[in-house]
Design a protein around this ligand. Structure first.
Ligand SMILES: O=c1[nH]c(=O)c2nc[nH]c2[nH]1
Ligand SMILES: [Zn+2]
Length: 454
């Protein structure tokens, strides 16, 4: 269903149980880390949250006759943030393969070649954004394919829906089919042109995207570093230390480097806006450099299990002072759902005797991921002044969940039930810039008001 672009976004009030994080929780039941209003209200004006608090107080201060949507007894939370996934892998999901390098060659590279065609990209983009919204993800950071058309399809559909999305053209000039390969020069030129077209347009943010060292020549990594130096306001994303064969191959291609991270270090790719997917097999030197540069390690649990890559050691990384995020990594990952991702992440950490409290996991998927993108002043919380990307979660969404919720004794219990048993069925509504996207029958292609974003 396509609905017309609206000229303005009228004020509205949402009512429900509010949960929003103020900071990272430390251990179990750190109630001071979050705001919880049992009967809470959010005032939304022009796509922004302008007040958050007890419903009676927020309603009393709202403009007269502001319409109210009552979501009680459900939870209102910031939309989930997915800081690592692949837009052109929507049809790679669930492909039977051996580990990373075979999976790339057998399934991923063939699928990505189709994105030279803008119409194909647009068709997949419609389904891709429908899936994000269905699962309560309001911001994501994606690799597009190496074709500029894939970036246009990706940001074009996000713009039509008013979503804050990050992404970029994958740079890759070797060890891939010719139809996917660019050159160092064309990757530079195309990335520059796409940045000029999209970065800061509405809610779009461009991400410099060298796929990984195996598919980039030294000349291309140099170009990626130059792009970052020229555009420090842009993020950069790549992969590292996911799979043992990948690491061996990388060090063969880049002889004389101490380790994998030294390659990215040499070309100036590290920093607080750098997102490094996987970070499973890291040595202590690499962790020290990650900390010094403020680069972010992105944990992708369903992908790491699906591709048999290994176990992300969150405690070790964080004891070295490394910033971490959690993501789906569609299509090596197996679910668009951050709830499913938190559950699998919890299990990966359990295997290493690391156990996260549900406050910590829900913080991670919201404010924590926003902090890893340095965007916590805009997304990831329900604070007044932030963008009105909000999800409505029902901890009793299925008969099994409802039965279990009968015995829940705390908010933490309910969150843990959501994480362990929940999926898109638990996401009652997804608001993007204050507009409910899921409540519309056939919400594909839903178009929203423009609003006042920084
Ligand atoms: O999980 C992954 N997915 C990819 O597409 C990819 N490319 C390089 N390394 C990768 N890892
Ligand atoms: Zn990836």
């Amino acid at each position: 269903m396509r609905v017309p672009v609206l000229a303005t976004s009228p004020a509205r009030l949402l009512r429900g149980r509010i949960v929003s994080f103020l900071r990272r929780p430390h251990g179990a039941d750190d109630d001071g880390a979050l705001v919880h209003h049992a009967d809470g209200g959010l005032l939304i004006e022009n796509g922004l949250i302008t007040a958050m608090g007890p419903f009676a107080e927020v309603a009393a201060a709202a403009p007269a006759a502001t319409p109210v949507t009552d979501h009680r007894p459900h939870l209102l939370m910031a939309g989930f943030i997915d800081p690592h996934l692949h837009f052109p892998q929507a049809q790679v999901l669930a492909s039977w393969a051996d580990q990373l390098l075979d999976w790339l060659n057998d399934h991923t590279f063939p699928a990505e070649q189709k994105f030279a065609d803008l119409a194909h990209g647009q068709r997949i983009a419609t389904a891709f954004y429908d899936a994000l919204i269905a699962h309560g993800t309001t911001t994501a950071v994606a690799y597009c394919s190496s074709h500029p058309n894939s970036v246009r399809a990706y940001f074009g559909e996000a713009e039509a829906r008013g979503m804050r999305m990050l992404g970029g053209k994958t740079m890759m000039d070797r060890n891939a089919p010719p139809a996917l390969c660019d050159t160092a020069q064309s990757a530079y030129d195309d990335s520059k042109a796409l940045m000029a077209e999209w970065h800061g347009r509405g809610r779009a943010l461009y991400v410099i995207t060298p796929r990984f060292a195996i598919t980039s020549t030294p000349a291309q990594l140099e170009v990626a570093g130059a792009l970052l130096a020229e555009h420090p306001d842009c993020h950069l994303q790549t992969h590292i230390n996911e799979n043992h064969n990948e690491i061996t191959y990388t060090l063969d291609l880049y002889p004389g480097h101490a380790d994998y991270l030294a390659v990215y270090e040499r070309y100036g790719l590290l920093g607080r806006k750098t997102l490094l997917g996987h970070c499973i097999h890291m040595n202590d030197r690499e962790l020290g450099v990650m900390r010094e540069t403020g680069s972010v390690a992105v944990f992708c649990p369903t992908s790491n299990l699906f591709l048999g890559s290994g176990l992300f050691d969150k405690a070790r990384l964080e004891s070295h002072g490394v910033r971490t995020a959690i993501a789906t990594d569609i299509g090596g990952g197996t679910s668009y759902s951050l709830l499913r991702t938190l559950d699998e992440g919890y299990k990966v950490l359990q295997l290493q005797r690391q156990r996260l409290h549900p406050y910590e996991t829900f913080y991670w998927a919201t404010r924590g991921n926003a902090e890893s993108l340095s965007l916590e002043d805009r997304i990831g919380t329900l604070d007044a002044g932030t963008e009105a990307d909000i999800i409505v979660l029902n901890p009793a969404a299925t008969p099994e969940m409802a039965l279990r919720v009968e015995t829940a004794r705390s908010l933490a219990d309910e969150l843990f039930i959501l994480q362990t048993l929940g999926d898109d069925r638990a996401v009652v509504e997804t608001y993007v810039a204050g507009v409910g996207m899921k409540g519309h029958a056939g919400f594909s292609g839903h178009r929203v008001a423009r609003c006042h974003f920084r």
